[in-house]
Write a protein that binds this ligand. Structure first.
Ligand SMILES: [Zn+2]
Length: 193
């Protein structure tokens, strides 16, 4: 077994040993809210937003972007599981700011190996084969962080399947301090109607 796999299973055994009455938690989030945030390994929504098991939905993807699939989850979150307030939380130093669709497509067309990055940008080993399938994916990269939060909040609010009375708040998590910094334009765009 890989070392990581062993570590995960050991950690899980420890967790399950003190699981207590968490097995009795209901499915709907007890605190009736959802968070859409980035998958970045430095972000731990349970810690930065004070969540315990059963509290809230956390939807994560690269960038914390309001992709069709993130919206699918949010719609299920309110329609079937009763959340009433949503947060969109991007963060400083996001990897999604370091490339564009063209760069990602070029790297993937060159090879499927892990790329490297330095001051001059992303580089591929070129040890193909690569694939042009990347050309068909919108990678939802970020050029301007506050602007991307505003865009995502706006997209969610304007979505025909999202009811007007759900407020959506926009924040940027600061990786240097652990603080959530509001993007006022996003929160204002996300006001419940
Ligand atoms: Zn990120």
């Amino acid at each position: 077994m890989s070392q990581i796999r062993e570590e995960v299973l050991t950690a899980n055994a420890k967790y399950a040993a003190s699981f207590g009455d968490k097995g009795k938690l209901p499915m709907p989030p007890g605190r009736h809210f959802a968070v859409l945030t980035c998958m970045d390994a430095r972000l731990d929504p349970a810690k930065y937003a004070g969540l315990a098991e059963g509290d809230a939905h956390v939807i994560r993807n690269a960038g914390g972007r309001a992709s069709d699939d993130a919206i699918r989850s949010l719609v299920i979150s309110y329609k079937l599981l009763g959340t009433r307030e949503w947060f969109v939380i991007h963060h400083t130093d996001c990897g999604m700011e370091t490339f564009t669709d063209d760069i990602m497509r070029g790297l993937l067309a060159s090879s499927l190996k892990t790329a490297t990055v330095d001051a001059s940008g992303w580089h591929d080993s070129g040890q193909g084969p690569g694939s042009t399938e990347g050309n068909y994916i919108d990678w939802l990269t970020i050029a301007d962080n506050p602007k991307s939060v505003v865009e995502d909040v706006r997209r969610i609010k304007r979505h025909p399947l999202v009811p007007a009375d759900i407020p959506v708040y926009g924040y940027i998590y600061d990786c240097k301090t652990g603080k959530l910094v509001e993007v006022p334009e996003a929160t204002s765009a996300g006001k419940a109607g």
